[in-house]
Design a protein around this ligand. Structure first.
Ligand code: IPM
Ligand code: MG
Length: 361
């Protein structure tokens, strides 16, 4: 029997609430598709810091390394924001080293507008009438997040972060973007700040070189400030957006909001071999933690990506995505995507509705 091991890292804030629902959906899908999934839970982020003094305990890392995939909730919260040294904060000491250790250089963030949610988009209806389907391909291990030197001077009056990229780091993420584009709209928009930054000039050069191997994919370059503007002016122009770590962080939140809510955006972080990590983009949302208010759809859709990319189970992935579609068409809404006149349901009820609609179409 082919058993797949899934490491479950609920983390902080609304992480545990949405991950619980996503696991329930995965179990229901596994039963229908006769998949054998094993779930193993571990601590990460503030929860791990509270229990062990470190946001990424060695057992958690070992569990991830010996699993086929990682389902991740969210880390961080006001309680941990000012911990010193920074390496014990949930983000800097938990999520970022986990990305690094698992070599998750490719972050895929599909921002798709479900037609039933057009009225929840922050854009005018005519701008999103034809739907939206953008894939943000974000480089996840380089740039200003990881470059050295990084830190504060002894007197505390100066701080430095360094942005650096190697040719090989740009090449490998560019291949991911072009390969994804081949299977979709065949267009890559590479986003940089080449009018100012050296890393961006290198980025642009390398991406252009990689593009030569993909003659059927059209490449355009765009400056990041222009891209931020174009995303709200005419988002339908984008197919695959390829960009570096920090620009991808920012633009993917923006793209998510165009589709109705940050609560809808799933993500996959992939390495070239090893387990992938799947997480909702929304973060820990301390303001609504523990109130059964969080939208679990981003976590559920992340579970679908897990089935697609790490377990190679397209049918099971599509089954979840269709169920989400059906649930939204039927008018179910959590508070973040409810518009005037619609009543909102809670996290658990939303998960239950998705489970009920599995296999409905
Ligand atoms: C994200 C998050 C993280 C990031 C934080 C929590 C470190 O914002 O995944 O987009 O900046 O990468
Ligand atoms: Mg972010």
């Amino acid at each position: 029997m082919d058993v797949k091991r899934i490491a479950v890292l609920p983390g902080d804030g609304i992480g545990p609430e949405v991950v619980k629902v996503a696991v329930a959906v995965l179990k229901a899908v596994a039963e229908r598709c006769r998949l054998h999934l094993e779930f193993h839970e571990a601590l990460v982020g503030g929860a791990a810091y509270d229990a062990t003094g470190h946001p990424l305990p060695p057992e958690t890392l070992a569990l991830c390394q010996s699993s086929d995939a990682v389902l991740f909730g969210a880390v961080g919260g006001p309680k941990y924001d000012n911990l010193e040294p920074p390496e014990i904060r949930p983000e800097r000491g938990g999520l970022l080293p986990l990305r690094k250790k698992l070599n998750l250089f490719a972050n895929l963030r599909p921002a798709r507008l479900y037609p039933a949610l057009a009225s929840a988009s922050s854009l005018k209806p005519e701008l999103v009438a034809k739907g939206l389907d953008i894939l943000v391909v974000r480089e996840l291990l380089g740039g200003i997040y990881f470059g050295q030197p990084k830190g504060r001077s002894d007197d505390g009056r100066r701080a430095v972060d360094t942005s650096a990229y190697e040719v090989s780091e740009i090449e490998r993420i560019a291949h991911v973007a072009f390969q994804a584009a081949k299977r979709r709209g065949k267009r890559v928009c590479s986003v940089d700040k080449a009018n100012v930054l050296e890393t961006s000039r290198l980025w642009r050069e390398v991406v252009a070189r990689v593009a030569e191997s993909y003659p059927d994919v059209e490449l355009t370059d765009m400056l990041v400030d222009n891209c931020a503007m174009q995303l709200v002016r005419n988002p339908a122009q984008f197919d695959v957006v390829l960009t570096e770590n920090m620009f991808g962080d920012i633009l993917s939140d923006e793209a998510a909001m165009l589709t109705g809510s940050l609560g809808m955006l799933a993500s996959a972080s992939l390495s070239s071999s090893g387990p992938g990590l799947y997480e909702p983009v929304h973060g820990s949302a301390p303001d609504i933690t523990g109130q059964n208010k969080a939208n679990p759809l981003a976590a559920i859709l992340s579970a679908a990506l897990l089935l697609r990319y790490s377990l190679n189970h397209e049918d099971a992935a599509a089954m979840i995505e269709r169920a989400v579609d059906v649930v939204l068409q039927a008018g179910y809404r959590t508070a973040d995507i409810a518009t005037a006149g619609q009543s909102a349901i809670g996290t658990c009820a939303m998960g239950q509705s998705v489970i009920e609609k599995l296999g409905a179409v």
